[in-house]
Design a protein around this ligand. Structure first.
Ligand code: PEP
Ligand code: MN
Length: 565
């Protein structure tokens, strides 16, 4: 195997290439472009290029070559290689470090040894060479004791130089990432279980275009490993974006993301897929189940009671939902300010609540109503959790905000209005947090169960169903608490079922009665709106209990449960 590298014998690129082709013959090239040309023209069978250094960042000459090298599909990216890079400084045999006036190396290597050079050779002239090993070759040939080279210790042996000091790099974690490529595709790499794909995207000069491209990956759970922008030559102040993502281009999730970027972007060039580094320092995970929109259908739905006749327990912090003890979740409709949520949290904790609820992002019927405090609300909730120890549940309204809300909340609520927001359900599946799934006000039981199936089938087994009232012809109450659904859904699914009597009633007077009724029908807990001053609440005050009324209700529930036990 003849392998073209930028640099000469003893270069780091050669060492990287040897991890793939131990018996290779080195084809030394002056510039990265020459290495690509050597493979294209058949003077070499494969090549290896440095693309990024962990201290200095991108190797820009390589980036600027990627389009030309791989854009037409004639060459094939093969593997990614991570190589620890340790530098030594060396001179001719018999020379002393104090004599050195000129230090030669590749500019990236000089950049990696700044601290050592400033301390030991502050007055030396730094001379850029084409490559690290090449500078050793120059020093050896010149035989001049005032010259030193920075390169691998291995190059010192190669060129008969004497090492002044080893490991002079500024940071011992220093590593370089290389890409190998071949003229003939290598099938073993295409079958590698963990792959990466690199692409270039050009976007229109309009607000949000880059975000839209990123969302095409994020919305499908495709992990980004690198994003780099480079100026577009001959079009000043315009840019192209280089993306590396996990996965092979044919994988369903990635293929779908690429299809959508193709539609969004002004141009996309896929450079190729290749085996991700699997040795020391590897960061890529084995691909998760793929197929965002085409999952194979299981024989039994995942929600089906027969999957787990004993029932599922969902654990939120140290609270168990789905066991024999009814779970009480209490708190205001909206987090209104810091003092109010802290007072409510302390009140309901003392009254025996297991968890705290509170909306930070509110789905309001009118755009002129209070929309919630947003991120501030999440922070206040987290503070309330710290003070009381109660895990918190709060609503997330859009898939884009799932990572944000999941950073603060112990459980994510999907509200009635969003029960069939499928992008949100998929993101909830990937969120890693337990989900409280409310039934839509106009949703059938079947639709509600299939909404849960979305979350389950996207990898999240922790779903709690919440009946919160449906719209009927009756107008005396806000909604009608569907106790039939509570009883039936308990039979149809192994998932825990709780009730929200507050939103069903719309009036506080009947909330205690509905809570008892729901528990009698089989609900394994209740989520109840509680406000320190319900008549002045910013949302849903009419249906909110004050703290003493909640305390009384909680005491009754605990007493009944004790009798039952
Ligand atoms: C809420 O819990 O405050 C809420 C908006 O609930 P739902 O989605 O059930 O209306
Ligand atoms: Mn509410």
């Amino acid at each position: 195997m003849r392998v073209a590298i930028q640099g000469t014998r003893g270069a780091f690129s050669e060492k990287a290439a040897r991890t793939q082709w131990p018996d290779m013959e080195t084809v030394a090239c002056r510039e990265v472009g020459d290495a690509v040309a050597a493979v294209r023209e058949g003077r070499a069978d494969a090549g290896c290029l440095a693309i990024e250094n962990s201290l200095v960042g991108s190797v820009t000459p390589t980036y600027d070559l990627l389009h030309e090298a791989f854009g037409d599909g004639e060459l094939h990216l093969s593997r990614e290689v991570l190589l620890p890079v340790h530098h030594s400084i060396m001179g001719v045999p018999g020379a002393k470090l104090e004599q050195v006036t000129h230090v030669l190396s590749h500019p990236v290597a000089l950049g990696q040894c700044r601290v050592w050079l400033a301390r030991h050779l502050p007055n030396a002239t730094l001379v850029n060479a084409w490559d690290t090993a090449g500078s050793a070759e120059i020093v050896a040939r010149a035989g001049d004791p005032t010259q030193a080279a920075i390169c691998s210790a291995h190059a010192a042996r190669e060129y008969g130089l004497q090492v002044f000091e080893d490991r002079i790099e500024d940071d011992p974690t220093n590593q370089t990432r290389f890409l190998t490529f071949t003229r003939v595709p290598t099938p073993d790499n295409e079958q590698a279980t963990i792959q990466k794909t690199s692409l270039i995207v050009w976007t229109d000069h309009r607000p949000g275009m880059l975000a839209a491209v990123l969302q095409a990956f994020a919305g499908r759970g495709v992990n980004l490993t690198s994003l780099q922008s480079r100026p577009e030559r001959s079009a000043p102040w315009t840019y192209r974006f280089y993306f590396d993502v996990e996965g092979a281009r044919g994988e369903a999730r990635l293929a779908e993301a690429l299809e959508s970027i193709e539609a969004l972007a002004s141009r996309i060039v896929i450079l190729g897929s290749y085996a991700a580094w699997q040795g020391e320092g590897a960061r890529e995970q084995a691909p998760r189940q793929s197929m965002p929109h085409h999952q194979p259908k299981p024989d039994l739905p995942l929600f089906d009671r027969r999957q787990r006749p004993e029932g599922t327990i969902v654990q939120v912090g140290n609270v168990v939902i789905g066991g024999d003890r009814p779970v009480l979740i209490a708190g205001p409709c909206s987090v209104e300010d810091e003092a109010m949520i802290l007072a409510t949290a302390e009140g309901v904790a003392k009254a025996g609540a297991d968890m705290l609820r509170g909306g930070a992002f509110k789905p309001r019927t009118s755009p002129y109503d209070f929309q919630g405090l947003g991120v501030k609300g999440l922070k206040f909730l987290a503070e309330a959790r710290d003070r009381t120890g109660l895990p918190i549940v709060t609503e997330v309204m859009s898939w884009e905000e799932v990572p944000l809300v999941a950073r603060y909340a112990d459980m994510l609520q999907i509200g009635a209005r969003n029960m069939q927001n499928f992008a949100l359900l998929r993101a909830a599946g990937r969120s890693g947090k337990p989900i409280l799934l409310k039934r839509g006000g106009g949703a059938t039981i079947e639709e509600w169960l299939h909404a849960a199936e979305y979350v389950l089938s996207h990898g999240n087994p922790n779903v709690v169903m919440c009946e919160r009232g449906i719209r009927t012809f009756e107008r005396a109450t806000r909604h009608t608490l569907d106790l039939n659904a509570v009883a039936i859904v308990r039979e149809r699914t192994h998932l825990p079922v709780i009730a929200d009597p507050s939103h069903a009633a719309g009036m506080r007077a009947i909330v205690p009665a509905l809570t008892h009724a729901a528990l009698a029908a089989g609900a394994q807990g209740a989520i109840i709106e509680v406000h320190p001053d319900p008549d002045h609440a910013m949302s849903d005050g009419a249906q909110s209990l004050d703290i003493p009324t909640f305390a009384k209700l909680a005491a009754q529930i605990r007493a009944y449960a004790a009798v039952e036990a």
